[in-house]
Write a protein that binds this ligand. Structure first.
Ligand SMILES: CC(C)CCC[C@@H](C)[C@H]1CC[C@H]2[C@@H]3CC=C4C[C@@H](O)CC[C@]4(C)[C@H]3CC[C@]12C
Length: 283
């Protein structure tokens, strides 16, 4: 219905648009982008709904991007959404996963080679935390992650692009067990939260204003995503699914990288569990 109305309006206004100039023209272009954007949102929501068996509810108005958007905001939001869409479709692929690690506590990591790309890792775990709590720890308070996760040296939000999207710079820690060494990442992170689930997507981006730092190897994370779903009869617990898709860069044998990545996922989950239990400082 909406597209039909828009087309009709475009038809009626075409002669006027042709005679427009300057700011008026820019305004019309922005409205056009906004409409395309709304359509993308719908597609993404449909996608999430179909493939994760969601009872998808129309987002509240503030969940949809506000009308006054700069081109930069649109750019980052679209990159974030795109990453999330790509990562979700990787997670959906049913075939070709091989079990890498199955822990006695039920955590499982599977991996799969994405045609024409690298091996990606999918961790599945049940955590003792609500969707809200996990969203808060992993997205809202992402800058505090180094306080409970020794694999991370620092995370900085460089740009907050609306409530659900941000540009971040991450530096991994130089820890003894880390065969890969320290890396830094520049990413766009995008989230979408409903009452009983949350999606955190992300991908590496390049910004002239933030080139790789001397002395650091810049790795590329993503398209990646984390899906957090409330456990049916126990809202205090969540199903945690994390697709790790990382190009660590540098000169390293693939076999070393493919051992280190699932290990990094297990470490991350261990620290997250400890944080949820409230004793992050006990070492
Ligand atoms: C093996 C070496 C190279 C890297 C080890 C550290 C890895 C596991 C760290 C470094 C940066 C980290 C990411 C930094 C930021 C976020 C955004 C947040 O919303 C979800 C977690 C997520 C996605 C982290 C996942 C773990 C991560 C990828």
């Amino acid at each position: 219905m909406l597209p039909a109305v828009v087309k009709l309006c475009c038809g009626i206004s075409y002669p006027h648009l042709r005679s427009m100039a300057g700011l008026q023209r820019t305004a019309v272009a922005v409205i056009g982008q906004e409409i395309t954007h709304l359509q993308r949102w719908r597609q993404l929501q449909h996608h999430i709904g179909t493939h994760f068996g969601l009872n998808y509810k129309e987002p509240k108005h503030e969940d949809v991007k506000p009308m006054q958007c700069t081109e930069e905001q649109l750019f980052f939001t679209e990159q974030g959404q795109d990453a999330m869409r790509k990562a979700l479709s990787m997670l959906e692929e049913k075939d070709g996963w091989r079990v890498e690690i199955a822990e006695s506590n039920g955590d499982v990591i599977c991996s799969k080679v994405i045609p024409g790309a690298r091996r990606v890792f999918r961790l599945e775990a049940v955590l003792e935390g609500s969707v809200e709590e996990l969203y808060d720890l992993l997205f809202v308070r992402v800058e505090e992650m180094h306080l409970w996760n020794p694999s991370i040296q620092q995370i900085k939000i460089l740009k907050q692009v609306g409530p659900g999207t941000m540009v971040t710079h991450e530096v991994s820690a130089e820890t003894a067990g880390n065969l890969i060494g320290q890396r830094d990442f520049l990413s766009v992170r995008h989230s979408y939260k409903q009452e009983s689930r949350a999606y955190l997507g992300g991908a590496a981006i390049q910004l002239e204003s933030f080139p790789p730092q001397p002395g650091f190897v810049r790795a590329e994370d993503g398209p990646t995503c984390i899906v957090i779903q409330a456990v049916e009869n126990d809202r205090g617990k969540s199903r945690f699914t994390w697709l790790l898709n990382m190009d660590v860069k540098g000169w390293l044998p693939t076999s070393i990288v493919n051992q280190a990545l699932p290990r990094a996922q297990l470490d991350f989950t261990r620290h997250l569990r400890r944080r949820l239990a409230g004793n992050a400082t006990l070492g």
